[in-house]
Design a protein around this ligand. Structure first.
Ligand code: G6P
Length: 609
């Protein structure tokens, strides 16, 4: 949700700001802007649309400066238009903001009464006026920002620039990510490291409640109350190539095809051992996992779907009761806490506001055993859990999550095995066999990716449709949900998923020749029942596209297309069956000509409620 880049250096930083924005565009892409200070004062450029539009404007105007802030926006308050694009300005101050200021209405009323004029519909503009107002009585820039943010409620990361103080920037965070980048002659800030690896690998992650002053080659951090604090410096491991498109046409395509490597990297810590060590989830995991009596998984979007699959594994293999909740619902509902619960949060980014809040909520209810599965080691979520598993999918840029999902599933399967072991439900032989199967996943996914030509053909036929139904049973029902989500996110075809047994209780009414039905049909105990459900569709003229296992014995016939996955894969087949659904969504979107990596209205990292 919105990306921030800021820099203070002894050279023109415009190229750094623009390249940083390009890297952060996955966070929001409806408008972009920057503010700079040069010898003649403060300049602001803003444009509706992508960073490319802003770049063109910058090139035309030849602006340059040594101190600047920049922003790419995902609209919350106020439609995407130039007037609402950041930076927002007040009395020689410019502000960019990521997050939501919840008390913006009351602050706006107060500031209006004081004579401040508003030119946008954003919540951010109150921050600019509020700091300008504080500067009237508190000349020190950092102190004025601290006094202003002490009045804000909500989540924010901000970067502030002041025309009369061109050699410094002030940044602050509360509930939205922000880090500093350091070099000998410059200081940077950004929403994530990908924006800064172009210039430095030395990073300092700010904590909630931190406020920092950035100067050329130096910085200082204080808490909101002014108390100085130090935060550790770390070396970013992010490789520049990992965030480049390379020979691929889209990030989503790249990320789908990176899955074998992402899985292999994630599973690397297993080594060649015949047994699994609970320690892969953190030093205290054996003790904690031995104590817990149930699992509660909270997550959003695709990560929530990973949790739904895991529920089937945890209950059937580890024999532990498990519930899975959408984070935004869980945080606000009255639930019955059990201190012997393992609270598992799943998040690719580790910055999803609802997931973070759900975790806080669970802790506040007295559930202290927490584990997160996350793809970003430096994220807020990782810092707030006692146990953790870092998936090693590498940076995921496409808004529709793919490799993060399959690596989350791999991690959740390992968690299942560890819990099964700790609960004495797995003997040595079974454990070795399970690990053998897990290690084979990268290869199995690679084989499935070879089915792309056939899936492309299906996509051609499919792309004219306006609606689609996805069916699955058991642990493949969440896979059907994930397939439907992928399709709607990037092709804008309305898609819904149902457990196949529910078809006759309602959705069957929708089935006709214009409603393609996609079925996930692995060869498991429910296959024969699923086949009957599919007959119900066929009898109503519905066109079926079935993803079956090689040994499912599903035959192609009039109105039934069958694609056979190369192997039958037991409990892990849920992880494999999602791959063709990702490819189907991708190719349908290609045929329909939508913006695959940046679908309308969405953003990759949702740091607002
Ligand atoms: C957004 C993204 C989804 C993602 C969800 C949860 O909606 O577009 O792809 O699944 O957030 O994100 P997280 O980073 O917590 O997994």
């Amino acid at each position: 949700m919105c990306g921030i880049v800021a820099a203070v250096a002894d050279r023109n930083i415009v190229p750094v700001l623009l390249e940083g924005l390009r890297k952060l565009e996955y966070r929001g892409y409806d408008s972009a802007g920057l503010a700079l200070i040069d010898a003649s004062g403060l300049h602001r450029l803003r444009s509706v649309g992508r960073v490319a539009e802003l770049t063109a404007q910058v090139e035309e105007s030849h602006v340059a400066g040594e101190t600047g802030i920049a922003h790419t926006r995902w609209a919350t308050h106020g439609v995407p238009c130039e007037r609402n694009a950041h930076p927002h300005i007040s009395a020689g101050l410019a502000v960019v903001h990521n997050g939501i200021i919840e008390n913006h209405e009351s602050l706006r009323g107060r500031l209006k009464a004081l004579g401040y004029q508003f030119t946008s519909d954003t919540d951010t503009e109150v921050v600019a006026h509020l700091i300008a107002h504080e500067l009237k009585t508190t000349p020190d820039f950092l102190s004025a920002v601290r006094q202003a943010i002490a009045q804000l409620q909500g989540a924010y990361a901000i970067a502030v620039l002041r025309e009369s103080d061109p050699s410094r920037l002030v940044v602050a965070r509360e509930g939205a990510p922000l880090l500093l980048g350091l070099s000998d002659d410059a200081c940077y800030a950004a929403s994530d490291a990908s924006a800064l690896v172009q210039v430095t690998r030395r990073m300092v992650y700010l904590d909630n409640g931190d406020c920092a002053e950035l100067m050329r080659g130096s910085y200082r951090i204080t808490r909101v109350n002014g108390m100085p604090v130090e935060r550790p410096e770390s070396e970013s491991q992010l490789s520049a190539e990992a965030i480049e498109l390379g020979n691929y046409r889209h990030y989503m395509q790249k990320e789908i095809f990176e899955q074998p490597v992402a899985l292999a990297n994630t599973l690397e810590m297993l080594g060649a051992a015949r047994s699994i060590q609970p320690g892969i989830f953190g030093a205290e995991s054996e003790t904690i996992l031995g104590k817990v009596r149930q699992v509660l998984i909270v997550a959003c979007g695709t990560s929530y779907h990973a949790g739904l699959v895991a529920r089937y594994w945890l209950e059937s293999i580890a024999g532990i009761p498990c519930s899975v909740e959408v984070a935004s619902e869980y945080r606000y509902r009255d639930s019955v806490p059990n201190p012997q619960t393992l609270v598992v949060t799943i998040s690719q980014s580790g910055e999803t506001a609802d997931t973070l809040a759900a975790l806080q909520h669970a802790k506040a209810l007295g559930m202290q055993h927490t584990l997160c599965i996350c793809n970003v080691p430096e994220s807020s979520l990782v810092r707030e859990n006692s146990l953790r598993f870092i998936t090693r999918a590498g940076p995921e840029i496409g808004v529709a999550s793919t490799k993060a999902f399959t690596t989350q599933l791999a991690a959740l399967y390992l968690l299942t095995l560890v819990l099964a072991k700790v609960r004495q439900r797995l003997d040595g032989q079974e454990e070795a066999a399970e690990l053998h199967a897990v290690r084979h996943l990268p290869m199995a996914v690679a084989k499935i990716l070879e089915l792309e030509p056939q899936i492309r053909e299906w996509a051609e036929r499919f792309s004219m449709k306006q609606h689609a139904l996805f069916l699955g049973r058991g642990r493949h029902y969440p896979i059907a949900m994930e397939g439907a989500l992928k399709l709607k996110e990037i092709s804008y075809i309305h898609a819904e998923a149902y457990p196949a047994g529910e078809l006759k209780h309602g959705p069957l009414a929708l089935v006709d020749r214009d409603m393609p039905v996609i079925a996930v049909a692995p060869n498991d105990a429910l296959l024969e029942k699923l086949k009957s459900n599919l007959q119900e569709v066929r009898a109503r003229g519905g066109e079926l596209y079935v993803f079956a296992d090689a040994d499912s014995e599903m035959k192609e016939s009039n109105g039934i297309q069958v694609l056979q996955l190369p192997e039958h894969y037991g409990a892990l087949s849920a992880l494999l069956h999602v791959v063709p659904l990702q490819l189907l969504a991708y190719h349908v979107a290609l045929v329909r000509g939508t913006d695959v990596d940046k679908p309308r209205n969405l953003a990759k990292s949702v740091t607002v409620e």
